[in-house]
Design a protein around this ligand. Structure first.
Ligand code: ISL
Ligand code: CA
Length: 557
């Protein structure tokens, strides 16, 4: 469809369990979200992405769905959800829903049938294999530790689960399964939703032989056999033809391990698949060779190279999505900024980056307040299955507990899942009961009530960035060019639109840093569009000394 409204949109991601509790049971819910829509409208966002709200035993907080067409009891009813959609549309915003169809819950009716017998009509909705010499069919490891296979005594076979053993992978090779999914998607679209965020959508096609990685003992990451698998584009084209193309919607795929070249195949304007994907390259800059929990310092030059590669790589081909955190990641401020002395400055600086690149920015709940990572003293306070499984596995392998806890502090998903900090009252105004996960103890100084009142808050800076986006056609600028690429403390770039340029200069650290504009960039006049500091009088912008975490955005003409 011609209308590409999603290019001009800013998306706000809600993790419902932690957003707002309306009835004191300690769990965020749909009426709670409705009560905060004016807060989101004031911020200026256009689209809300709602993480899964479907019926679920909550092994993975709703990413294990037992019924795709009903609402999780803790979150409310389908009537509550319909009210939410109406209230979002009344405010001229849009709603996109999470689509989790690489796997379902093991409590989904399809799986309950599937495991009954080898000739059950639903057997082939999942991926079953006999054992190989009395052990798992192959050596793939699960994203959540251990083997990706679970033995099922009823029929003496194993089923595949790339995530938890309560998240069996669906078998996309089966055309009947695909039709059921398309029918379900159509049902939601006919209710009037505005699109989907598609969970690990590039994992749906597995190499049919399910070959082992074959790296010796133990379980291994089998990504080469299921990331961007052999039939994934065929499936997405089919989904697009049969469902997506019939609606004026936006789609964003979560795609693990994609390069810009891979991404172009998913989001290419002439590909008829998806509108955008989330890539993981920036999320890996602080991971060592042993993966996510192997914590290493990140390097600004590497970060700049990755962003430049994606900006240039998709230019004129497809659209970027822009994010630095979500419900699976630590808080971006703690990870890439300074969550103590320069919390305000660095949060605004990072926001400036996300909102001045080409693409659609995603704000994760609490980001607009400068919420930070959390350090719980005891593992018993953590709730995330990925974290808990890793803890057990690493402990059993004899790893030192301090090292494990440090990895959790730096990378654990619960960093982003502590409740929204609404005000300074008990439990941050999130609930009148006991929250399902503890509130970050810093809620008295970091909360929405205080941020909305303070015109210099991070929240109002986001509001201004969003306004700027529309007032100055920030999405329109093209030809991204990195400046001072070898600088280890500055991130600077220009983008061009006709004879105008957008110049962005960001100091990523607390030490002052010197910016030098290359001689070949010429202009008659300059205008400072936004900054996280009071502007200095008569600045010569060819040579600027940036203050700690300073962010400057100029329009050059
Ligand atoms: O970031 C990750 C890599 O370790 C994982 O936390 C994450 O599981 C991966 O990014 C895939 O994420 C999505 O699918 C998972 C779910 O747990 C995540 O919340 C979801 O965003 C399984 O549905
Ligand atoms: Ca509740």
């Amino acid at each position: 469809m011609a209308n590409k409204w999603w290019k001009d949109s800013v998306v706000y991601q809600i993790y419902p369990r932690s957003f707002m509790d309306s009835n004191g049971d300690g769990i965020g819910d749909i009426p709670g979200i409705i009560s905060k829509l004016d807060y989101l409208k004031l911020l200026g966002v256009d689209v809300i992405w709602l993480c899964p709200v479907y019926e679920s035993p909550n092994d993975d907080n709703g990413y294990d769905i037992s019924n795709y067409q009903s609402i999780m009891k803790e979150f409310g009813t389908i009537e509550d959800w319909e009210e939410l959609l109406a209230q979002i549309h009344n405010r001229d915003m849009k709603l996109i829903m999470d689509l989790v169809v690489n796997h379902s819950s093991d409590e989904h009716a399809w799986f309950v049938e599937s495991r009954k017998s080898k000739d059950n009509p639903y057997r082939d909705y999942y991926i079953w294999r006999p054992g190989a010499d009395g052990s798992e069919p192959n050596d793939w490891g699960s994203f959540f530790s251990g083997s990706a296979w679970q033995f099922d005594e009823g029929t003496n076979e194993y089923f595949l689960h790339l995530f938890s053993k309560k998240q069996p992978d669906l078998n996309w090779e089966n055309p009947k399964l695909r039709q059921e999914i398309y029918k379900m998607m159509t049902w939601w679209l006919d209710k009037g939703i505005d699109g989907f965020r598609m969970d690990v959508i590039n994992l749906i096609s597995k190499v049919p032989q399910l070959p082992s990685v074959g790296n010796g003992e133990g379980y291994h990451f089998g990504g080469e056999h299921f990331m961007n698998g052999p039939r994934v584009h065929e499936y997405l084209k089919e989904m697009n033809r049969e469902v997506l193309s019939k609606y004026d919607i936006m789609t964003v795929g979560e795609t693990i391990g994609v390069t810009p070249e891979d991404a172009a195949l998913y989001v290419g304007e002439d590909r008829d698949e998806l509108n955008m994907v989330f890539h993981f390259e920036l999320m890996e800059v602080d991971s060592g060779q042993h993966g996510k929990w192997d914590v290493k310092p990140w390097d600004l030059r590497e970060m700049k190279q990755i962003i430049a590669k994606w900006q240039i790589g998709l230019e004129g081909k497809g659209w970027n999505s822009l994010y630095l955190n979500n419900h699976d990641q630590p808080r971006m401020l703690s990870r890439f900024g300074d969550d103590t002395v320069y919390r305000m400055e660095s949060a605004k600086m990072l926001a400036t980056l996300l909102h001045t690149l080409q693409g659609t920015p995603y704000i994760y709940q609490g980001e607009e307040l400068g919420m930070t990572n959390v350090k719980f003293n005891s593992i018993s306070e953590y709730k995330d299955i990925e974290t808990l499984n890793m803890y057990e596995e690493h402990l059993a392998a004899g790893e030192d507990i301090g090292t494990i806890m440090n990895a959790i502090y730096v990378k654990g998903r619960d960093n982003g899942r502590t409740p929204m900090q609404w005000d300074g009252s008990e439990h941050a105004g999130f609930t009148t009961g006991t929250p399902w996960i503890a509130v970050n103890p810093n809620y008295q100084s970091i909360n929405a009530e205080q941020a909305v009142k303070d015109p210099h808050s991070i929240y109002h800076y986001y509001r201004k960035l969003i306004e700027l986006r529309y007032a100055h056609n920030v999405t329109g600028y093209v030809a991204f060019r990195l400046l001072m690429e070898d600088s280890t403390n500055l991130f600077a770039y220009v983008r061009t639109l006709g004879d105008e340029k957008l110049l962005v200069v960001l100091n990523f650290f607390k030490e002052p840093a010197q910016f030098q504009l290359p001689d070949d960039i010429t202009f008659h006049k300059h205008e400072l569009l936004i900054s996280n500091y009071e502007a200095k009088a008569d600045t010569d912008i060819r040579s600027i000394t940036l203050r700690p975490y300073e962010a400057l955005v100029y329009k050059l003409q």
